[in-house]
Design a protein around this ligand. Structure first.
Ligand SMILES: NC(=O)c1nn(CC2CCNCC2)c2c1CCc1cnc(N=C3C=CCC=C3)nc1-2
Length: 320
């Protein structure tokens, strides 16, 4: 597990001759003071942490080595690190600054998002109006376009994984279950690439399924996940921002899956027509007939909405 992006800190030490020397050493756990827990995964804990020298705050994700080995999660750890290494410069994606390790754990030093989860903000306001839905939908879409252009499929997009920074702008996180396609910029097959038979084993082996309410029908029926799977989740998120709950939700996971594969959902009265057309064209069972990112950017619902650099300079609309 090669550490990445060495960050060094300068440390004063006294050498054998009693002289004070300044040594540059790789940053480690002692360079941070750890604060509250921001979240816990099945094999990681994310802390608020402050760099003692610069006083900058970060989110530090800590993974316990023996637990990863016991749970046979090494492949997932490498997929997440390779994914974060590919997604280096987009304002809508949580950035990995550098990693380090000690004898017990691996550490990822990541952007801190003080605004918490988009889900938390939605719960406070109940629903978003069209202006807020358009702004947050555009930022999620812009970040997704960048991810897909780097051959990364998130596979678990949902309002809990859409975080907000100090400007209440989007930062997508949690790539622990992402799927890596060959990197368009570097055609060598990714580590753990699919087998010779076009990934048939990969399909059979793919035991991963995202969060029930947002999982795409193709992942449930033939275990295949591609870029359209993230667009299905996008359709669910747009619906949820305007309605206050996701389109497919039942008492058990199994009943939720049944609603998905049978496309069983409806729009409440008053749902905005342009948004309805957009959601209907994302929530299409056949992934090849679903809208693509390009189609959505040109959809009537996003008329007048800038994307790209201008989108990220725009002030977030007041949430009401
Ligand atoms: N899995 C992760 O990589 C991750 N998990 N969290 C916290 C989770 C809490 C549950 N929902 C998903 C996120 C983070 C990160 C990345 C890096 C990261 C950066 N900032 C925050 N900030 C938060 C602030 C308040 C509440 C939750 C998160 N959180 C994270």
């Amino acid at each position: 597990w090669k550490d990445r992006g060495a960050a060094v800190s300068l440390r004063k030490e006294v050498d054998a001759d009693g002289r004070t020397v300044i040594k540059s050493v790789k940053k480690g756990v002692r360079d941070f003071s750890f604060g509250r827990v921001l979240g816990e995964g099945s094999y990681s804990t994310v802390y608020l942490a402050t760099d003692r020298q610069t006083l900058r705050e970060y989110a530090v994700k800590v993974l316990e080595k023996k637990h990863i080995i016991k749970e046979k999660k090494i492949k997932y750890v490498n997929i997440e690190k390779n994914t974060l290494n590919r997604l280096t410069e987009h304002p809508g994606i949580v950035r990995l600054y550098y990693t380090f390790q000690d004898e017990t754990s691996l550490y990822y030093v990541l952007d801190l998002c003080n605004g918490g989860e988009l889900l938390g903000v939605l719960k406070k306001t109940g629903t978003f109006d069209v202006e807020c839905t358009r702004f947050y939908g555009a930022q999620i879409l812009d970040a997704m376009e960048y991810m897909h252009s780097r051959g990364v499929i998130h596979r678990d997009l949902k309002p809990e994984n859409v975080l907000l920074d100090d400007q209440m702008h989007v930062k997508i996180t949690d790539f622990g279950t992402a799927k890596l396609l060959p990197d368009p910029r570097d055609p060598r097959p990714p580590a753990g690439d699919i087998g010779q038979n076009g990934g048939q084993d990969e399909k059979r082996a793919a035991s991963f399924v995202g969060t029930a309410e947002y999982v795409s029908p193709e992942l449930l029926t033939d275990k295949s996940a591609g870029k359209p799977s993230d667009l299905w989740a996008f359709g669910c998120i747009i619906y949820q921002l305007l309605v206050g709950r996701p389109p497919f939700k039942a008492g058990t996971e199994y009943l939720t899956f049944q609603k998905i594969v049978n496309l069983e959902y409806e729009f409440p009265p008053g749902f905005p027509p342009a948004a309805r057309d957009l959601v209907e064209r994302c929530l299409v069972l056949d992934p090849s007939r679903r809208l693509t990112v390009e189609h959505i950017k040109n959809h009537e619902f996003f008329d007048g909405q800038p994307f790209g650099k201008e989108l990220w300079r725009t002030k977030a609309p007041r949430l009401r």
